[in-house]
Every structure is written in structure tokens, then in C-alpha cells.
Design a protein around this ligand. Sequence first.
Ligand code: SF4
Length: 369
Amino acid sequence: MQNKEVRHVLGISGGKDSAALAIYMKNLYPEMDIEFYTCDTGKELDETYQLIRNLESKLGVSIQKLYAKTADHDNPFDFYHNLYGGYLPSSNARWCTQKLKIEPFENYIGNTPVISYVGIRGDEEREGYISTKPHVQSIFPFRENIWSEEVISKVLKNENQHLLRVLYKDQLTNNLYQRAIDILKTPLSLSYIQSQKQRALMGLGIKEFNHVVFQSLKESSFPISLVDNFPLLNNEEILIRDDIFRILKESGVGVPAYYEEIPYEINGQTGKYNRSRSGCFFCFFQRKIEWVWLYEQNPAKFFLAMEYEKDGYTWMQDERLEELINPDRIKQIKEDFLLKQQTAVKNHRSNKLIDILDAEEEGCAACFI
Ligand code: SF4
């Protein structure tokens, strides 16, 4: 069972992946004492608040709402926005993530060792740090490799070779054990990098790899070293985007409505748009086509976003929202996006906005997972 000194937490961003992870963990590991939380900026989409209510009622859990510390318990985003003199956050100056997501989370967990479950999918190539505090360890249950980069680099260090050989002896049949020895005795170098060694070892068995990693961390300062049994060691499932939508639908929690693709007509052709991610309705990570979606599908929120653009501060570097809603500009944005979708199809790639954006950028793990 779990050790009481370690807290297990799972952050709900309002996006599909973290919601699906909450359902997945609750269904698969009902015995685990997982704390669910969400950091509320005060500017989330209505669909996010609905998703949280749905999760609470379907899972029978309470999701802790975390807020940034504000002097007068004002709306968190607006409080800091005023404090910074109207300076809007941007991808280069992301005070919003730090103040409204990361700091409330770090205040919530204090100094207790924490294992944080993060919904990066098996079809994504990225890490998802929510916090860089040493007593917070991320685990990625949807991926083939559930461990974070820092864990893998510690475990696969050349000087760890002997310990890994000893641990693998208990895990593999003789034949496979000989192959493990061959892999382990090849030192990491420029021509044999960490990811190659990791893949080679995982090729001998995912469960076996997990057990070896778990045991090898016993003397480390990672929070997992305090856990006696960890049920995820035996989980070999890899979940990709279709699985996420399936979990949300089958559970009855449902997919947030903003993911639904809506057709639009342009020059006699039909494009489709939607919003690709959770997060604040005015998030600067939005692409032009998503701003157009917000203007046409949720104009009240769009005009609220517009009100923040003053004194030279804008959500996008090259264009004010007032300019973006010029009909000619909207037409051009829709044409450009349709062309992108058509090119994606020609290149045998998905033409969904969510896939096009995933291929272009990483976004924000604290807000969008
Ligand atoms: S969703 Fe966007 S605007 Fe909101 S906190 Fe995250 S990065 Fe900042």
C-alpha cells in the first residue's frame, strides 16, 4: 500500500487529457488515495467549470480549488494584472502560469513529498513539469515510459550499471537477462545515448523495467523511494488521443464542448474550426483561428478579452483584437487555416486543429493537459 508520508496528487487543467487521467486512475486504482485539484485563474472557460462539476459527480470525488494569494481575494488574474500595471502575460513573460497555477500548487503541497500524476499521452513527445521542486516527482501513466527524464537519467548513469544488473537478475529469464547485460555494459556515449538505452531495456519488458527503476530509486531522494508498493509498475498500457476521447465519453463525463469542430463556409468551401485547448478564454497561446472561433462562438468572452487591450498592451504581438475582427481579416484567417488543413490532408496528416497545433508547439503543461 501507499506510504502516508507521500501525497499523490492529480491536477485537473480543464483539458481532456487530465480529465481522462483522473477517470483512468480512479477506475484502475480505486485503492490509491489521490488528491484531485484545479488551479482557478478566474478566467477559465465555462466548459472547464462544467467539466470539473461532471468529474466530481461521476467520480464521487471532491476537486480542491486552488487560488493564487491575493490581497483582497479578488479575481486572481485581475489582481495580478493590476499589480503588474496592466502588463499582459505572453509566451515570453508568463507571469500568469507562475502566479496563478504553479505558486498555488506549491503552497498547497507545502514541503511534503509528492507524486504528481500528469496526463501527457503516449502519442506525445514532451515532458510535463508542473513544478521543479525536488520533493515533487511527476509520473506519466499514459506513456509507455511512466518516468520523468530526471529519473531516467539518474537510473541509467554508467556508474549504476552494476546495481541494474543485480536488479534485472530477479526480473528476467536467463535468456533475456543475458540481453540485459549486453545492453547495460554498453556505456552511454555520443553514439549510444540515454534514450536508445532506455528503449532497448524497455524492449525486454516494460513491467520489468519499471520494477528495476523503482528498486534502484530506493536510496534516492525521489518521493517514490518512500512508497512500499506502486501499482503502476505493472501497467503496460499506452494511451493515445482516441483513448482519451473514449474514456471521457464512456465515463459519462463527456468531452468539453469547445473541442467540437464547427463547420464554416469560405469561398464556396467548407473548413472546420474549434478551440484546441483548455485554459483562460483569452490565453495568448491561442492561434488566430481560435480567436475567430471565440469571436463567432462566444462573443461575450471575446469582448471581455478585448477590454484588456489598452495602453499599448495586446494579446498578440502583431495584431490587436479590434483589428482581427475586421471582416476582411476574418476571411483571410479562415482562408489561411483552410489551406493549412488541406495541406495537412495532402501530406496524409490529420487536418484537425488540435493536431496541427500539437505539431507546432508545446504550449503550457500546467494549463492545457
Ligand atoms: S491558460 Fe494561458 S493565460 Fe491562462 S494561465 Fe495558462 S498560459 Fe496564462
